[in-house]
Design a protein around this ligand. Structure first.
Ligand code: THU
Length: 128
């Protein structure tokens, strides 16, 4: 877990967050133990911003990885930062009920399961 948290902090160093000033790092561990880091990438057209979690996930997906164990999200905020609604939808789609750990600037953390953060999901089972 420590390696995953460290990877998330390293990824955060690359955040492009000039508009919000809120830098986020994420790290996703796949089934083979490989770690995929991501940071938030903002845009002057604000709605095009992509969160750290989705950057990490899309990096892995684009390399053919499809199974994941856990994800960590880190910020320098005093509060913990759980994934936004859009990221919950996408994490559910590809990672299902993995643990999600948020870490703040003091190193405090909280872990949820995706099913807690995203109850009653819309997913492929609804597309029958
Ligand atoms: N953000 C993330 O990258 N992950 C989260 O879990 C919450 C929000 C980013 C999006 C935007 O760049 C900035 O944080 C402020 O919302």
């Amino acid at each position: 877990m420590d390696a995953l948290i460290e990877a998330a902090w390293r990824a955060r160093d690359n955040a492009s967050a000039e508009f919000s000033g809120f830098q986020v790092g994420a790290a996703l561990e796949d089934e083979s133990g490989r770690i995929w880091g991501g940071c938030n990438i903002e845009n002057a057209s604000y709605g095009l911003t992509v969160c750290a979690e989705r950057v990490a996930l899309f990096k892995a997906l684009s390399e053919g990885v499809r199974r994941f164990r856990r994800v960590v999200v880190v910020t320098q905020a005093s509060d913990l930062t759980p994934p936004c609604g859009a990221c919950r939808q996408v994490l559910w789609e590809f990672c299902r009920d993995i643990p999600v750990t948020a870490v703040n600037r003091r190193g405090e953390s909280k872990t949820w399961r995706m099913a807690e953060l995203f109850p009653d999901p819309f997913d492929r089972s609804n597309l029958e």
